[in-house]
Design a protein around this ligand. Structure first.
Ligand code: TXA
Ligand code: MG
Length: 333
């Protein structure tokens, strides 16, 4: 059976129910088709990265229906609020500081203190967000390294069954991804050109903006060079088979055989110094927990964080990629 569903009330309900239960839905927006998950469900967001094939945790855009819904996720400044009032709903993504109390999963921002948000203009995207009653995290609905899809058939060709349900909303009108604008600094920075032009933004803001086309999209030339990555301050020790005194432990699977050098076991660690990405060894759960647990341990004032070995398969590839970058960033100073 084809996963492509025509758009009607029943199918919108069906798609919203799939999202609510932690599944994926590919849906049309005015720019390109998105591969959506409930943005407040980390395990659901993790499935997006798995489905895209070469799993890498890049931050994804969170889609909402009203500026007021974005207010609950990020902190607006006056310039960003002005842009939202002019270009939303529409093909403009704003990067703003995350609110500390947001329910949106930290995996959507790959652990960064900033969050990308946008209000799509496509009626089907809007109906789906409304039916779910929560924000939808969605990158473009294509496998890593291939072109962004503008028809349901493109999504099917690229992702097949991995897309879950594909809501068929016709051809995307803009056909080009949204403009990504970083509004967190003194000067707005365009990170990706798109449906709204530099000139339009400068006209609206009545000032010049910078353009720093980052290594965006799915096949960056030098991955991670331009896009900022979250890295903890506390040194990470990967593939740890024991714990050094003063270290915290980021565990994966059973900690039965994890001892503390000089005596004791993982169970003897002080309260809060042991966090387990997934006791049952579930990579999806581990992905959902990765950034929030790193943040917690990083804030604990430990001498180091020992990280247990994580298998290099499925989402383990993305988890290890992030852990290695985090450890490497520290070595580089
Ligand atoms: O038109 C679009 O924007 C489509 C539709 C589905 O909304 N979505 C899309 O998402 O193209 P994606 O994930 O393929 O591209 C989002 C871009 C990526 O290049 C990502 O690196 C960047 O936005 N981005 C997201 N959050 C960011 C952040 N906090 N800081 C810097 N860049 C960010
Ligand atoms: Mg993309």
């Amino acid at each position: 059976m084809s996963p492509i569903l025509e758009v009607n009330d029943d199918n919108i309900k069906k798609a919203a129910a799939q999202l609510a239960s932690g599944g994926l839905v590919a849906f049309p927006t005015e720019t390109v088709y998105g591969l959506g998950a409930d943005a407040t469900n980390g395990a659901a967001v993790a499935k997006i990265f798995e489905a895209k094939g070469r799993p890498v945790f890049n931050p994804v855009i969170v889609h909402v229906n009203e500026k007021e819904d974005a207010d609950a996720i990020v902190e607006f400044n006056p310039a960003a609020a002005l842009l939202a009032s002019v270009y939303w709903p529409g093909p403009l993504t704003l990067i703003l500081p995350r609110r500390h109390d947001t329910k949106v999963s930290l995996l959507t921002s790959a652990g960064l203190p900033t969050q990308a948000v946008r209000v799509p203009a496509h009626p089907v995207a809007r109906q789906l967000i409304k039916a779910l009653g929560r924000p939808i995290a969605a990158p473009s609905a294509n496998a890593s390294g291939s072109l962004s899809p503008t028809t349901p058939q493109h999504v099917l060709n690229s992702l097949g069954e991995r897309a879950g349900i594909i809501l068929a909303g016709g051809k995307s009108a803009v056909g080009l991804e949204s403009t990504v604008l970083d509004m967190t600094g003194d000067v707005p920075v365009m990170l990706r050109p798109g449906g709204v032009t530099k000139e339009e933004i400068e006209m609206t803001l009545d000032r010049g903006i910078r353009v720093e086309l980052e290594a965006v999209n799915d096949a960056p030339k030098s991955p991670g060079q331009l896009l900022k990555h979250y890295a903890p301050v506390t040194p990470l020790r990967l593939k740890a088979v024991d714990i050094i005194m003063g270290e915290a432990l980021l565990a994966f699977g059973s900690t039965r055989f994890m001892g503390i050098r000089g005596g004791g076991s993982a169970n003897d660690l002080p309260y809060g110094a042991l966090l387990n990405l997934s006791e049952s060894g579930d990579l999806n759960a581990a992905a959902a927990n990765l950034f929030s647990m790193l943040h917690l341990l990083d804030a604990g004032g430990y001498k180091g964080i020992a990280v247990m070995d994580i298998p290099e398969t499925g989402l383990g590839i993305a988890i290890n990629d992030r852990l290695r970058r985090a450890a490497g960033a520290q070595q580089a100073g």
